[in-house]
Design a protein around this ligand. Structure first.
Ligand SMILES: Nc1ncnc2c1ncn2[C@@H]1O[C@H](COP(=O)(O)OP(=O)(O)OP(=O)(O)O)[C@@H](O)[C@H]1O
Length: 344
């Protein structure tokens, strides 16, 4: 018996990764999602030595001394810091608690639409560096469509909008391809930046990333809500130089985040209007609506806002933060069926 068949080389593992700006998720074929952690690493400033990745690194963020630095290696959905991305991938693969005794055979990674050749190559290199033998890339909206339960090969048009931390991917999927789409570099992080800027510029008040995220999750809304809520926010006053607390209401926060929301909705409308030369696709979308995925889809009132602006039905995926990795997982589980969808 040949050594390779004795060791059954097919027992090498197949892995899917949603390498996101905010979160990275890992799927193991046959097991499901085994890692779901923030895309952040903490390293020693002088040596570059990695101290923590994922949840632990996020806990250290904004609490550390100058000898330690936290880095978000993925920016706008693509690799911004190659070395830190490798550390993130290695660290999170270790957390998968699976011994890759025979190495990784196939790795499928989701990437934003419009990723440049250089950016695609960086993702492929990183995947090979962490041990993948074959690397395949899938555009995020296609993965999200599969995850949501749509058939990307169907001879009808489906509109998917995946709103992540760094990008909003708008795509009309039909016949196993993308009929129209773009990756807008405006998403969840821009909403956070708008909130931070409001406190800094209007109140001379510095608020931590953690507090900003909390404000967004608790009170931000894409539409005006009837019941206005208030919350106390703690931060540092630039004027007094002391920690202070100030009240903010949901109506103010909704106004503050209006600009990034408008940019997202404008992109969606632009791609619907682009279907003027393909009216049958437009009618399909009228019938089936717009499917939303990604963490940004959870923003209060966003579905309502998109409906107000487009008059098209809007459906949010069952588990928006996991639709892309669910789709990547389904590709791994039935690779030959979904192979035609892969970017390379
Ligand atoms: N309930 C919520 N309301 C509003 N925003 C939310 C909610 N939950 C998560 N988010 C936002 O969703 C974003 C993360 O979503 P997701 O994990 O899908 O993005 P990602 O895949 O890391 O990013 P990208 O695809 O752009 O690289 C963050 O900006 C987060 O603040």
């Amino acid at each position: 018996m040949r050594l390779s068949s004795f060791f059954n080389m097919d027992s090498r593992i197949d892995i899917g990764i949603d390498l996101g700006t905010a979160n990275t998720l890992i799927y193991l074929r046959g097991k499901g999602v085994v890692v779901n952690e923030p895309s952040i690493v903490a390293r020693e400033r002088s040596t570059g030595k990695i101290l923590a990745v994922g949840h632990e690194a996020l806990t250290m963020h904004e609490r550390i001394h100058p000898g330690i630095v936290t880095v978000r290696p993925v920016s706008s959905g693509v690799i911004g810091d190659y070395e830190a991305t490798l550390m993130l991938m290695k660290g999170l693969l270790n957390k998968a608690q699976t011994r890759f005794l025979f190495g990784i055979k196939r790795m499928v990674i989701s990437v934003p639409l419009g990723t440049t050749e250089v950016e695609l190559r960086a993702v492929q290199d990183a995947a090979r560096h962490v041990g993948a033998k074959y690397v395949h890339l899938i555009y995020e909206p296609l993965a999200a469509a599969i995850g949501i339960g749509l058939d990307p090969f169907a001879p009808i048009g489906n509109m998917i909008v995946n709103i992540g931390g760094g990008t909003t991917e708008v795509a009309v999927v039909s016949y196993g391809g993308i009929a129209s789409g773009e990756s807008l570099r405006v998403a969840g992080s821009d909403i956070n930046r708008s909130i931070s800027r409001y406190f800094r510029e209007q109140h001379n008040f510095a608020v931590s990333d953690y507090a900003v995220e909390n404000i967004k999750l608790q009170m931000a809304s894409a539409t005006c809500q009837d019941n206005i809520t208030t919350m106390n926010v703690r931060g540092m006053s630039y004027e007094s130089g002391l920690p202070e607390s100030m009240a903010v209401d949901s109506e103010t926060i909704s106004k503050v985040i209006a600009y990034p929301i408008t940019q997202m909705v404008t992109s969606i409308k632009k791609h619907i209007e682009a279907l003027v030369s393909k009216p049958e696709l437009a009618i399909d979308i009228l019938d089936h609506g717009i499917a939303l995925s990604g963490g940004g889809a959870l923003l209060k009132g966003l579905d309502e806002k998109i409906y107000e602006e487009t008059k098209l039905p809007v459906v949010i995926g069952q588990d928006p933060l996991k639709e892309v990795i669910k789709g990547v997982g389904m590709i791994l589980e039935d690779f030959s069926a979904y192979k035609p969808l892969l970017a390379s």
